[in-house]
Design a protein around this ligand. Structure first.
Ligand code: FAD
Length: 374
């Protein structure tokens, strides 16, 4: 019988799994090598969506993730992490417009909510945008999408886990897993502490492969780095996710705006000693693109530049649930974790405690041939 579960990692996944396990009555210890929420979940764009995600099973999992956020936010009277304002997206050239038309047609075909807006309609939603930055029409609007503040979400999930009896341990990384007779029996921490475990859930995000290795498993990952620029507070009001051709942005709490482009991701550099820096000129370009779209950002300065590592399993899809060869070892690892973790974490927690979620998790098993092939 599963009584004590060790959850490795306290990002969105670890927090969601820990909360879902304690809600079901398990005794949980959630351990993190660093600060709680100090991993990728503290450096993410955290757009909640299933906008163009394929195959169908992955799209459906993301849609279920969106619904889980909506339910959780509705259940917690003063929860302040979930913002369902929709997402606006448009393109700058013919190729981009054709691609966007294809994406909109694809999601509509899946029964997902998407509409086309004119410039005037988009400006009614986002009046602080410079009209010159928008096309006359073909602005895609995905009204059920949104964004989360992942650190606030993790805070809520971990505090409800702790209120349910869980222990949370920060700054004490997992250094070993004791495996005998095809089961994980104990988890060793850097401090020398040894936690006996009936089950273990690997929620170590970008470091999930290293944890898998401690259990004798090979988890192929192809992580990438992303760079996010947070402005100082400014009296300008983007109130949803925006994907314009030259900048992606969303509110970032307290009047701040979070800016991103795919180009800036390439500006992160890692030195020989492991220090990460970002080319200041790339930061300047993103800020200029933000100011061009929202002139009110001219008064804002750069308050922070965050670099996050996307935990991307080898074939791009999540790795969720139990391992056949090590039945009390479970994975909860994916990109799009801001969207997926509340729902997928709940499925994984249920499976740890013996619930049957085989149908929902079938496409995301560790044993799928496509994962090993990468
Ligand atoms: C730039 C960027 C943009 C993104 N945009 C989006 C988006 O728009 N929408 C979306 O849904 N997703 C997005 N993502 C992805 C999403 O943020 C991640 O999927 C999610 O945060 C992963 O959460 P996690 O809990 O798995 O990992 P993490 O938050 O990294 O948590 C893992 C934890 O494990 C801990 N750990 C590692 N090794 C050990 C060890 N040995 N012992 C104990 N603890 C350990 C780490 O310290 C860390 O705290 C983005 C990611 C990035 C980087």
């Amino acid at each position: 019988m599963v009584e004590h579960v060790v959850v490795i990692g306290a990002g969105v996944y670890g927090a969601a799994v820990a909360a879902a396990l304690t809600r079901r009555g398990a005794r949980v210890t959630v351990v993190d090598a660093g600060a709680l929420a100090g991993g990728t979940s503290g450096a993410t764009f955290s757009w909640v969506n299933s906008c163009g995600k394929r195959p169908r099973s992955y799209h459906d999992l993301n849609v279920a993730g969106m619904a889980a956020h909506r339910r959780l936010a509705a259940d917690v009277p003063h929860g302040d992490w979930y913002h369902e304002g929709g997402n606006l997206e448009w393109a700058a050239d013919d190729a981009g417009r054709a691609e966007l038309r294809g994406k909109v047609a694809g999601v509509l075909d899946y029964g997902y909510d998407a509409r086309w807006l004119s410039r005037a309609e988009a400006l009614r939603l986002e009046p602080d945008m410079d009209p010159a930055g928008l096309p006359d029409d073909e602005i895609a609007y995905f009204p059920r999408e949104g964004w989360i503040d992942p650190v606030r979400l993790i805070g809520h999930l971990l505090s409800s886990a702790v209120a349910g009896g869980a222990e949370s341990v920060a700054h004490d990384g997992v250094t070993g897993l004791e495996v005998t007779a095809g089961m994980v029996r104990a988890v060793g921490l850097a401090s020398g502490r040894r936690l006996l475990a009936d089950a273990v859930v690997n929620c170590a995000g970008p470091q999930a492969a290293a944890i898998a290795e401690l259990a004798g498993l090979v988890l192929p990952m192809r992580n990438t780095r992303g760079v996010l620029v947070s402005t100082s507070p400014a009296a300008v009001s983007p109130s949803r996710v925006i994907h314009s051709p030259h900048v992606h942005l969303r509110p970032d709490g307290g009047g701040r705006v979070l800016l991103h482009t795919h180009e800036i991701d390439g500006a992160a550099r890692v030195s020989g000693t492991g220090e990460i820096s970002v080319d200041p000129s790339a930061v300047g370009k993103v800020v200029e693109a933000g100011r061009a779209l929202y002139p009110g950002l001219r008064a804002a300065t750069v308050e922070g530049v965050r670099v996050g590592e996307r935990p991307i399993p080898g074939d791009g899809l999540p790795v969720l649930g139990r391992v056949v060869a090590l039945p009390n070892f479970h994975f909860a690892v994916s990109h799009s974790g801001a969207t997926l973790s509340v729902h997928a974490g709940d499925l994984v927690a249920g499976e740890v405690l013996g619930e049957d979620h085989d149908e929902a998790l079938a496409a995301f098993r560790f044993e799928r041939p496509a994962l090993a092939a990468r």
